[in-house]
Design a protein around this ligand. Structure first.
Ligand code: TXA
Ligand code: MG
Length: 314
């Protein structure tokens, strides 16, 4: 493999090339509506191992498989009525379902890190859709950042973190949602929120007609939810109404900063800007103070990511 990472465009010839690279066992980063993913053929153990190597990721952390549509997802998991309800309402889109792995699957055991379940997602981004359609198989893809660092929402973020460690990145501009997918698992049929994300939990609860359980009250967990994650280099202070000496202010609503997530207090705009703004402040160096973000809708996932960014580093 060339030590340089190829920057591809979303045209059909480049996407065919990207699908060929995946077939050859190479790593290809691609845009989804949430964040850029770091894709590998989920059936090839060495390719999947390459993801862990490129990211420097702890190997107990299982990966999401990406598929072009619900029919393809059903080849890998034991489907259920709740899965059908959620898929019909939200796929393609920023929702991941953790379901029991089918016995006849051909996934590398590295994808599930040995768990009896697998995380499946059908992304809505047209370029992700086109790549998955060209490739036809399951693509294992975590966010395309070095482990523990801020997730990428542009191809430049991917290159900055992984240049020379992956074969290619398909550059299709900025991700529109900007937060990773919401992850739902099931404990004896009870839906459980494993990770707050780009699909507000209120919408999921409305469609299911019941509230979501939380992992601490159930027997299941999302092993990837390490406390310190999404970390900029400098310290991060939350719920700040003004910057202290030497801090860079990340604003929201009436609290303005060097960069502001959304001057109008719009949580969708704030989510889309979150990781990009953290990347920019990180590049300026120094500590970061962040304005309060309300705990509703996408604000729950934004606060989850900010709490991890502010957590003591492991
Ligand atoms: O939006 C997204 O979900 C992005 C894009 C690229 O699709 N992907 C992403 O993947 O965020 P990653 O690897 O950064 O996060 C995957 C999360 C981890 O917290 C992991 O523990 C959880 O999914 N997960 C994967 N398989 C699981 C399983 N079988 N049971 C419980 N949690 C699982
Ligand atoms: Mg990640």
């Amino acid at each position: 493999m060339s030590p340089l990472t190829q920057r591809l465009t979303p045209n059909s010839a480049d996407l065919k090339h990207a699908a060929d690279l995946l077939r050859q066992g190479a790593l290809v980063s691609f845009p989804t509506e949430t964040v850029y993913g770091l894709g590998a053929d989920a059936r090839q153990g060495e390719a999947v191992a390459g993801i862990y190597k490129a990211k420097g990721r702890p190997s107990f952390n299982p990966l999401i498989i990406h598929l072009a549509d619900t029919a393809a997802a059903k080849n890998y998991v034991e489907w259920s009525d709740s899965a059908e309800t959620l898929a019909q309402a939200f796929w393609p889109g920023p929702l991941t379902l953790v379901l029991p792995l089918r016995a006849d699957h051909d996934l590398s055991p590295l994808v599930t890190a040995g768990l009896p379940t697998v995380a499946v997602r059908v992304p809505a981004h047209p370029t992700a859709q086109a790549l998955l359609t060209h490739f036809t198989g399951p693509v294992a893809a975590p966010s395309a950042n070095p482990s523990g660092r801020i997730s990428p929402t542009t191809a430049d973020h991917v290159i900055a973190g992984l240049e020379g460690r992956i074969a290619a990145v398909v550059d299709d501009g900025q991700c529109t949602v900007g937060l990773e997918s919401t992850i739902i698992g099931f404990d004896n049929g009870t839906p459980v929120l494993l990770r707050a994300g780009g699909l507000p939990t209120e919408e999921i609860e409305t469609v299911l007609g019941q509230s979501l359980a939380h992992p601490q009250n159930t027997k299941i967990t999302a092993p990837g939810q390490l406390t310190s994650h999404y970390a900029p280099r400098g310290a991060v202070r939350l719920n700040a109404t003004a910057a202290h000496d030497g801090e860079l202010m990340l604003g929201f609503g009436k609290v303005s900063g060097i960069l502001t997530l959304s001057a109008d207090g719009d949580l969708t705009e704030a989510a889309a800007n979150l990781f990009g703004h953290l990347h920019q402040l990180d590049a300026m160096g120094g500590a970061i103070a962040v304005a309060p973000i309300p705990m509703q809708g996408l604000g729950c996932a934004i606060n989850d990511r900010l709490n991890r960014a502010a957590a003591p580093r492991g």
